[in-house]
Write a protein that binds this ligand. Sequence first.
Ligand code: ADP
Ligand code: MG
Length: 345
Amino acid sequence: MISLHGLTKEFPGGVRAVDGLDLAIADGEFFALLGPSGCGKTTLLRTIAGLEAPTSGRVVIGDADVTALPPGRRDVAMVFQDYALFPHMDVTANIAYPLRVKKVPRAEREAKAAETAARLSLSELLARRPAQLSGGQQQRVALARAIACHPAVFLFDEPLSNLDARMRLEARTFLKRLQRELAVTTVFVTHDQGEALAMADRIAVMSAGRIMQVGTPSEVFQRPANTFVASFIGSTPMNLLPGVAEDDGLHVAGAVLPPAPGVAGGEEIVYGLRPEYMDLADAARKDAFAGQVSVVENLGTSFLVTLEVTSPSGDHLVQAVVPEDAEPPPGARAWAVPRHPRALV
Ligand code: ADP
Ligand code: MG
C-alpha cells in the first residue's frame, strides 16, 4: 500500500502544485487521480515515483518511508504520457531496459522481455523500433517495460491520452483486465472523468493541488462532496441551481420541490441533479422547471435537452436527458421534473 502524509510540492516562484495532501491507497487497488489540467496530478505522481523531492511531507510504500530514496530503489514503474521509449532501441531492448539497469543477465532479460511481449500481443514486433510502431503499439511497449520487472506499484500518467477515441476504449478495457490479472497497486492519472469512473476502484478528485473527494466511482458520481466534484464528474454536467429552503419545500428556479431533511427556514441552498435523473412532463406542474427548449443534442440512444428557464430568482439553463422519441422540438415549451431521491441539496 501507499500512504502520503502532508505532502507538499512547491516550485520556485511559489506555485504549490501539491498542497498538504494526505492519502492512503490500498494494496492491489486501481486508484485514479482525477482533475483538470494543471491541478497537480503529474507532480503528485512524480513525487510518489521519486522524480520530484517534496517540499515537505512523507511518502510511504509498504512498510518503508521512501521519501529520501531515489526512483530506482522504490520498486515502482512509471508509464509516461508520451511513453518515453528509447528511439534507437528495438522493442526487446526497450522492454528489457529496466532489467539491464538491474544487471539481470542478457539471456534472462531477453527471455523475460519476450514473455512480457507475448502477454501484450507484441511478439511479432520485437525487432522494430518505436518509429515503426502505431501509437497503440508504442503504448503497449511502454506497459510491457513497466510490467517486465514486476514492480510493487504502477504509476500511470495519462497513458491513454495519445490514442484516438476508439483505441482508447479498447486500451481502457485491456489495461483494466491486465491490472486485475497482475493485482499490482496502480495509481492512474487522468483528466478524463469517464476513464476514471470506468477503470478505478477508487478515485481522488483533485483541484489546485488538493483533494476534493476520495470515493468509489458511484460515491463521487451519486454523492459529490461539493459543487466542484458535482460539475467535474459525469458525461453531462450536473444541474446546479440556486434556491431557498422554505418550510413548504425547496424553491428552485420557479419550481417548488419537496423539503429536504436538515434545511428549512429560508436557508439558501444549491440544488444539484444530474440530467439523467430528470423527466419531461407535457403540462405545467408545481414541481417542474418550466422553460423553452433551446438546444436538443443527440447522444446516440438518448437526447440532451437544454431548457431556458425564466424564474423569479433569475434565468437558468436546466438540462434533461430523455429517451429517443421523447425529445421535444427546439422552441417548444417543456417542463422538467426532478426524480427527487436523486437530488442533492
Ligand atoms: P497536471 O498534471 O494536473 O496537469 P502538473 O502537476 O503538471 O498538473 O502541474 C501543476 C502545477 O505546477 C501547474 O501550475 C504547473 O504549471 C506547475 N509546474 C509543474 N511542473 C513545474 C516545474 N517543473 N516548475 C514550475 N512549475 C511547475
Ligand atoms: Mg499532467
